[in-house]
Ligand binder design. Sequence first.
Ligand code: COA
Length: 344
Amino acid sequence: MRVSEGSRRIHERALRRKGNEVSMKTRIVGTGSCLPETVVTNDDLSKIMDTSDEWISSRTGIKARHLAKEETTASMSIKAAKRAIENAGVAVEEIDLIILGTVSADYVTPSCACEVQAAIGAVNAVAFDINAACSGFMFALNISNAYIQAGLCKTALILGAETLSKVVDWGDRSTCVLFGDGAGAAVVRGDEKYGLLAFDQGSDGTKAEVLACPGRTNNNPLIQTDQRLKFVHMDGQEVYKFAVTTVPASLQKTIQAAGLTPEEIDYFALHQANIRILQSVSKRLHIPEDKFPVSLDHCGNISAASVPILLDEMNRRGLLKTGMKVALSGFGGGLTWASAVIEW
Ligand code: COA
């Protein structure tokens, strides 16, 4: 069930390297994000379905979300990527790896990462998408770390990007009010002093049905299939229970592996699913809520894009200072989860 050990071993081996080789940490050196122009408030939703600002705000903390009209998963990714590259101050030719986490790419093929590569002119990059739902950006971070530690790449662009409004069921008020659209990106590269200190990553495919979105059904001439489009369905209470037990445990394990205590962490930048999940994690770790920055109030849950958008907002607000300890965590469909502790 757990698939967390491999990448951690690569990282630890690299950190143990002695002699002439300098151990490099994988460091986030730039961030960027993009949200669609159109903002839809809870009150707007209450005009088109049987819901209310009171119900949504009190149960989730969400007040508004951005929904794509002209924007696509690729167009938002490209804008976020350009902003991250500019923020990092790297030349686009230096990027030799692009990993994009998404469950809502525009095409089955080409990958959204290849669309980004073409649009930004990252001619030296290997590009591919991954699907780890709301943990997608965190999985991309860990894969880029493994590539960097193994000497397979020097500068990676990692992204989380979603147009969830095309995969949610707009007839199901218990799910559609939760999600939004957007993209976030980060540039990562090896650094001698600062960067990733520890990582934890896991999956539990036996719980797949608590949060799922079916893909295309087979339409070959040999079988008759139901061609109706199928959308996201979720057992909200099961997902909630999973999040409030797994996330604090994963964070505790990662913080300990980094040689730190929760009190030494400056910020907890977690996947933005629900304010009550953030409050529960803060309570279980005995850490004040003001160390848990929030973007879900104006973005909703943007799956793989939540963590990089939050990081970009923190970065641009000047919250992140060199050497600060930041714990990150993503969790969601699969089920999947991943936590990291970084020195900014
Ligand atoms: N507006 C108004 N009423 C709504 C509603 C909406 N948007 N959605 C559901 N309801 C109603 C239900 O029909 C139900 O009514 P009933 O009691 O008459 O049957 C009632 O509200 C309670 O629904 P329930 O599903 O029990 O609510 P809840 O307290 O469990 O809250 C969630 C629902 C989704 C907010 C909560 O389960 C949750 O946050 N789960 C985690 C989900 C998550 O974070 N997923 C992503 C992880 S990556």
